[in-house]
Ligand binder design. Structure first.
Ligand SMILES: Cc1cc2nc3c(=O)[nH]c(=O)nc-3n(C[C@H](O)[C@H](O)[C@H](O)COP(=O)(O)OP(=O)(O)OC[C@H]3O[C@@H](n4cnc5c(N)ncnc54)[C@H](O)[C@@H]3O)c2cc1C
Length: 429
């Protein structure tokens, strides 16, 4: 067996210290499901432990709502990042309208107000039969697991993209790439060409790329009027709010939209993208949003369908159709007629939490449909929106109706700000 360095030993010890509170968590009378087993970072003495993988829109909500509904249930949230950075509104960071700091929040509310035990770690594997989640240095057992890791990129589907490294950004997980893309836009030549590529559906946030197109076009119009934006869309048409986006683009003659133009190759040295029909498009800044699938942990745990992309779940409990006592929420899921949005992930987090609390208390899960609202910023001051309502019909989520705002306005921008403030608090405070 390899010897531990002093640094590794200290790291491992601090993980155990961080977890020591877990082992002593209030028991609710359930028999211990695990005694001390080598590698068990904190034996599950309460017998009512929920582990949540991922502290984003779905997972942080689920962790909070399990604790709010039954404080006797122990909740452990695994999240490698120490801050939550909101993707919603991050297109405004690209255009310099907002700062990344204004979208960045800590996890203190979950920890202090709701008693969620947060470990700054990634889950490395899930063992559904043993009810275990593996971490770098051992494992934790659970009674119910909620998996909310979001998406990962199928970078390998675009030749040359991996090799392009930081020269070609996606900025599709808010954070350092968002700030770096804003910088690339700022530094672009005054008569430069910005190319934005939209991946084939399904992907995170259907209107998101078109909102980004508005923000880049707005920035260029106001700061670099000789520059141009080309949108290369892998889809046959704008796939969300098409009439509203096309109306908004009337204000941006600097925006050229090309449907059915899937990017298949990046040549970062020549600053050139190639589409599937062989067209070559030269750029000064390329923002390539790659095709997507459920995040690595969900794929590796085989929670995904035959296409190895998305997780199928029960529409009432969000339990995986492939693994018992494992629930999946947020962008990793598919099969439910809802978009991959933050509002939906937040909604799923609450519904899955309610299901888990009921099931752990021997009660059936109530039928609760999700909701969706999605605001899109078309300039620095104006917004338009869509809202979807759903119901549960014979155990399946079905859409009842979809409503769009009649156009864009500054009033809807106020609604968007109110939505963001309240949903961030709902997730984290
Ligand atoms: C530019 C942009 C704009 C958007 N605008 C909107 C909008 O206006 N409105 C809206 O509703 N939605 C919007 N969205 C979509 C929204 O951000 C997503 O739908 C939402 O974040 C999905 O939530 P999630 O919990 O599934 O994933 P995330 O919020 O991405 O959370 C996943 C978390 O899991 C963690 N994780 C991953 N793997 C592991 C692991 N192995 N172990 C532990 N943790 C792990 C990650 O670190 C991450 O924190 C936008 C998205 C983008 C990119």
């Amino acid at each position: 067996m390899a010897r531990m360095t002093r640094r590794e030993f200290l790291k491992a010890s601090s993980a155990v210290v961080a977890l020591s509170g877990l082992a002593g968590c209030a028991s609710t009378g359930g028999a211990p499901t695990t005694t001390s087993t080598p590698g068990d970072l904190a034996p599950n003495r309460s017998g009512r432990r929920v582990i949540v993988i991922g502290g984003g829109w779905g997972g942080a909500t689920a962790a909070k709502y399990v604790r709010m509904q039954d404080p006797a249930i122990e909740v452990v949230l695994l999240e490698p990042n120490d801050k939550f950075i909101s993707c919603p509104f991050s297109n405004l960071v690209v255009s310099g309208v907002r700062s990344i700091e204004s979208l960045t929040f800590g996890y203190d509310g979950l920890r202090k107000q709701h008693g969620v035990k947060i470990m700054r770690e990634s889950a490395t594997a899930i063992e559904p039969d043993a009810h275990r989640v593996r971490l770098a240095r051992g494992f934790l057992t659970y009674d119910r697991l909620i998996v909310a890791p979001g998406i990962d990129f199928q970078t390998e589907q675009i030749e040359g993209l991996a090799a392009a490294g930081d020269r070609v950004l996606h900025a599709w997980k808010a954070g350092p790439q968002t700030v770096a893309l804003a910088q690339q836009l700022k530094e672009m030549p005054d008569d430069g060409v910005f190319v934005l590529s939209v991946p084939p559906a399904a992907y995170r946030c259907p209107p998101g790329p078109y909102e980004r197109a508005c923000q880049v076009a707005w920035y260029l119009k106001t700061r670099k009027p000789r520059a141009k934006l080309i949108v290369l869309d892998a889809n046959q048409n704008v796939i969300s709010k098409p009439a509203l986006f096309r109306a908004a683009w009337q204000a941006y003659p600097n925006l050229e939209y090309r449907a059915s133009n899937k990017v298949v190759k990046v040549d970062a040295a020549a600053r050139e993208l190639t589409t599937e029909f062989g067209d070559k498009v030269r750029y000064d800044v390329a923002n390539v949003i790659p095709p997507q699938r459920a995040a690595a942990i969900a794929v590796q745990a085989d929670l995904v369908g035959v296409d190895k992309r998305w997780c199928e779940v029960n529409h009432v409990t969000y339990e995986s159709v492939k693994a018992k006592d494992v629930h999946v929420v947020g962008d990793s899921t598919i099969g439910i007629p809802v978009p991959k949005s933050g509002t939906v992930a937040n909604s799923m987090g609450k519904i899955a939490a309610t299901a888990v609390v009921n099931l752990l208390n021997g009660r059936p899960a109530p039928e609760m449909p999700p909701i969706n609202t999605c605001y899109s910023w078309v300039s620095d001051t104006e917004v338009m929106a869509v809202i979807n309502a759903y119901r549960i019909d014979s155990g399946k989520v079905v859409q009842i109706e979809q409503k769009l705002t009649p156009g864009q306005s500054a009033l809807y921008a106020h609604h968007a700000e109110a939505w963001a403030t309240s949903i961030w608090a709902d997730i984290l405070a």
